[in-house]
Design a binder for this molecule. Structure first.
Ligand code: COA
Length: 155
């Protein structure tokens, strides 16, 4: 059974350990601490009391931005990523977001499949946004219209 709660500073070591194992270019510990201090909506997902994932959301002026969605490498493929995304979208909706954006590497097919099946659409590219082994990789910008009942219902 997965449950979600706000991330606390005491969680950051565990969250950072999961982050390091799950991304080729992870956030730093400081990035998480900054998000907590900036009062971003930082969430952890727990299964049997263990932190299996984390997500970070910012909402301002009716716009949400999902800044991080991560499931620990050894916990992937069990539906936790979808549940975490659903939690973040619920939080965005409650905070008044009418639209939610995120960025993803075009090479990250697993994440793109997840976002598309949740109702996100590709709306543009940010050129040379991410570091990559040989230079940089574009970011695909995706968005979901929270006012559309169809989108909300498909998550
Ligand atoms: C992307 C990520 C969050 C998905 O989490 P997850 O728990 O593994 O995903 P789920 O088990 O909830 O699966 C959700 C959907 O992802 C897609 N998916 C999952 N595993 C997949 C795979 N091996 N191949 C293709 N698609 C896959 C499917 O669409 C799946 O839906 P389905 O099970 O109904 O077919 C996770 O893989 C992760 O943390 N990756 C590293 C960090 C990252 O890339 N984050 C996204 C940055 S934008």
């Amino acid at each position: 059974m997965i449950r979600f709660r706000p991330m606390e500073e005491a969680d950051v070591d565990r969250v950072f350990a999961n982050e390091l194992r799950s991304y080729a270019y992870p956030w730093t510990r400081g990035n998480f601490l900054d998000c907590l201090r900036e009062r971003k909506d930082c969430r952890v997902a727990e299964v049997n009391g263990e932190i299996v994932g984390h997500g970070v959301l910012g909402v301002a002026a009716g716009e949400g931005h999902i800044l991080n969605v991560c499931i620990a490498r050894d916990q992937q493929g069990h539906g936790y990523g979808r549940a975490l995304l659903e939690d973040l979208l619920d939080r965005a909706r409650s905070a008044g977001a009418e639209i939610v954006f995120l960025e993803v590497r075009p090479s990250n097919r697993v994440a793109i499949e997840l976002y598309e099946s949740a109702g996100f659409n590709a709306i543009g590219l940010r050129r040379n946004y991410y570091p990559a082994p040989f230079g940089h990789e574009d970011a695909q910008i995706m968005a979901i219209d929270m006012r559309s009942e169809l989108s909300a219902g498909t998550v």
